[in-house]
Design a protein around this ligand. Structure first.
Ligand code: GLN
Length: 284
């Protein structure tokens, strides 16, 4: 917030300097600020000058982009054999970091904590996160990089087949996800919310829930992992709408949004994006 003010100040100052069109005015402006006697104002001026010179987003100013994810969502993010977060999203954000000339550090946390951590614990979040109007009130999103839809995972032999069949059912979801929001709106449904999607799937297999609503690609990964025990059904069959994944960023950091979108564009244009799709998603 303080930075935002600084940026505004910087803009105003730059504009007044430009209008003044001479160094005498610069000196005068500085003198005036000092004469005002408020050290706070002087500090702000200093900070504003720094911001103008750097002309980068606050999130990038330290050369490190701290990225939050929830590595429980294969193939977009998972913990690899070495205990490190990996997956399509992780590779994508590293490619973005490379374009921006910053080091990417990944923080693994609960999905439901990601949005509130942006701007404090983390700079941005990439987590197969769907753009929603509600989330847009708290964060800015990059351009979308992937289209998804919720799937319904059913135990073998389930008779659930339509939107109507989901009414009054015991439904497992991952806490705070769009699957959670959809399930919460289903008439008479009892929703069990898990921090890890795989725990929901385990409870489906144990018979504690009757279906799990989760994004398409993780649903397909789980179907492969628990072969013969569960089936993943396209949410279009249940009238679920397509969703768009995007990178969530601090609200109001226009410089960051612009640079990330530019990096995404380049990654798509130079073939990197398609490579990542092949490596992480189509190889599923
Ligand atoms: N796409 C879903 C959402 O944004 C789920 C994301 C996730 O579980 N990582 O809510």
């Amino acid at each position: 917030m303080k930075k935002l003010l600084a940026v505004l100040l910087a803009t105003v100052m730059t504009m007044s300097l430009l209008t003044a069109c001479g160094s005498s005015k610069t000196a005068e402006t500085t003198k005036e600020t000092e004469a005002a006697g408020t050290t706070e104002a002087a500090e702000k001026t200093e900070e504003a000058t720094e911001t103008t010179e750097a002309a980068v987003s606050e999130a990038l100013s330290d050369g490190v982009l701290t990225v939050g994810t929830n590595a429980e969502f294969p193939p977009f993010e998972y913990v690899d054999d070495n205990g490190e977060p990996d997956g399509f999203d992780i590779a994508l954000i590293k490619a973005v970091g490379e374009k921006l000339g910053v080091t990417v550090e990944v923080e693994n946390m609960e999905f439901a904590s990601l949005i509130s951590s942006i701007g404090s614990k983390i700079d941005v979040a990439i987590a197969g996160m769907t753009v929603t109007d509600e989330r847009k009130e708290s964060v800015d999103f990059s351009d979308s990089y992937y289209e998804a839809v919720q799937y319904v995972i059913l135990p073998e032999g389930s008779e659930i087949a339509t939107a109507d069949d989901l009414k009054n059912k015991a439904i497992g979801v991952q806490l705070g996800t769009t699957g959670d929001f959809i399930a919460s709106d289903i008439e008479g449904a009892t929703v069990s919310r898990y921090n890890k999607a795989v725990d929901a799937v385990n409870d489906l297999i144990n018979g504690r829930v009757e279906c799990v609503i989760i994004d398409k690609n993780p649903a397909l990964v789980f179907e492969g992992k628990f072969e013969g025990q569960i089936t993943a059904v396209d949410g279009a069959q249940f009238d679920f709408e397509p969703e768009q994944y995007a990178i969530a960023m601090p609200k109001g950091d226009a410089a960051l949004v612009e640079q990330v979108n530019k990096a995404l564009e380049e990654i798509k244009a130079d073939g990197t994006f398609d490579e990542l799709v092949k490596t992480y998603i189509e190889a599923e």
